[in-house]
Design a protein around this ligand. Structure first.
Ligand code: PLP
Length: 432
């Protein structure tokens, strides 16, 4: 959005915990954590104090001139929490930058080990990996591509594992294998020696509405990548930093990707921050072959990293991973009950506090509403008027159905559920 434009949203005044207030004093419950960002809730005094302390010590120290303790400490703590051998941390300022970094590290690794013919990154459709041209090229979302198509490399896509839409005789386990094997078919079609990597969101974000695949999918994808020497990149921009009930979603399946991107919840909205985490077996050869030809001015910014450290402290002091798992399961049950009263609820899915509700015209066939109906968009607007913030991304021509994301901060407690469920029920009632 351009500033100075006429915006129909009210001005924010202040925010605390899971609530936000506009300048007219109206209260909202932030049931989407912004864009799945404010994982520890708003205005936590511990984070504010840590950022102030860093601001007073040194507000900025350029990475080519100084190391800074906040970045060093956070890198160490992330490497301790990241799966398997992921231990080298590269800081950036957001999700798209983290994904660009993954793409470039993968490519430079292939060059460093003498596999220059590897340049393709297979991704899923639909998916969202960011808005910069590299991240966009691997994003499975046609309308965002259209204006830039002549300027981008056309990267191959395979279908996302939308098992819940399938009408076949396969078991859930077999469906997972079916979708994973599409990766092998695509690798063979492209020529295995030309494929650099495969990127996936372990739990889908806004593009697929908290899509979780069968366990078999995750294991088979890892196997296929190993078999063909292809780097498995996990986009944990949204799932990372605790939202699914584990620090990284990869832990749910015991998978170690080759490269991982994290952002949104890392500094939880207190500062722009993201990171790429990779193992020494990948970073080492790149550094030994002329270094990583990539970087951003604000990488490892001390204020952002101080926020990241304080957010991690809050997550651990307040047991927010457990709360995300438990409150997430309880909230999912509450959302599931909506199906008893509203026939348009087609599916309720997700993991931890990354939850989505899919709206359909016909629950039996999962036939979506007509695009012109704009069901999810209208639901989000009606809910907003009632002081409930839920999330929907405008899909315009890329319309594939309707889902809204219900992803409150990891601090949410069941006694606050009514503030979400009451306006949501009322909004669904008005939408009928
Ligand atoms: N990857 C995923 C899974 C995302 O959800 C997003 C943003 O929504 C991005 C990448 C891009 O992040 P950013 O908007 O911070 O550039």
């Amino acid at each position: 959005m351009f500033y100075q434009s006429r915006s129909r949203r009210p001005l924010i005044d202040h925010a605390k915990g899971v609530y936000m207030w506009d300048v007219d004093g109206k209260r909202y419950i932030d049931a989407s954590s912004g864009a799945m960002v404010s994982n520890i809730g708003h205005s936590d005094p511990r984070v504010i104090a840590a950022m102030n302390e860093q601001l007073e010590k040194a507000s900025f120290a350029y990475r080519l001139h100084f190391e800074n303790d906040a970045a060093e400490t956070l890198a160490y703590r992330l490497s301790e929490r990241a799966p398997g051998d992921l231990e080298r941390v590269f800081f950036v300022s957001g999700g798209s930058e983290a994904i660009e970094s993954c793409i470039k590290l993968a490519r430079q690794y292939a060059l460093a080990i003498g596999q220059a013919q590897r340049s393709k990154i297979i991704s899923r459709f639909p998916s969202y990996h960011g808005s910069t041209l590299g991240a966009l090229a691997i994003t499975g979302y046609t309308p965002m591509h259209a204006p830039f198509a002549p300027m981008m490399v056309d990267q191959p896509k395979i279908p996302a594992p939308t098992c819940y839409l399938d009408h076949d005789d396969l078991t859930y386990h077999e469906r997972g294998l079916k979708y994973a094997n599409m990766l092998e078919a695509e690798i063979l079609k492209q020529g295995p020696e030309t494929v650099l990597g495969f990127i996936m969101e372990p739990v889908g974000g806004a593009a697929t509405g908290a899509l979780v695949a069968p366990d078999s999918y995750y294991r088979r994808i890892r196997e296929i990548c190993d078999q063909y020497g292809i780097l498995l990149i996990y986009d944990e921009v949204m799932t990372g930093a605790g939202r699914t009930g584990k620090y990284f979603a990869a832990e749910h399946w015991g998978i170690t990707p080759d490269i991982l991107a994290v952002s949104k919840g890392l500094a939880a909205g207190y500062a722009p921050l993201g990171a790429m985490i990779a193992p020494d077996r990948i970073v080492g050869p790149v550094l030994d072959h002329g270094g990583f030809i990539h970087g951003y001015t604000y990488a490892g910014n001390p204020i952002a990293c101080a926020a990241g450290n304080a957010v991690l402290d809050v997550i651990e002091e307040d047991n927010l991973l457990d709360n995300a798992a438990q409150s997430g399961a309880a909230l999912k049950t509450e959302l599931g009950k909506l199906a008893n009263d509203f026939s348009m609820i087609g599916d309720v899915r997700g993991l931890g506090l990354l939850l989505a509700v899919e709206l359909v015209k016909n629950r039996e066939t999962m036939e979506p509403f007509d695009a012109k109906h704009m069901a999810a968009a209208r639901l989000v607007d009606i809910a907003y008027d009632k002081g409930l913030i839920i999330y929907w991304r405008r899909t315009r021509g890329g319309y594939r159905g309707d889902h809204v994301m219900v992803c409150p901060p990891m601090t949410i407690t069941p006694d606050q559920f009514n503030d979400i469920m009451d306006p949501l029920r009322a909004a669904l009632g008005e939408l009928q």
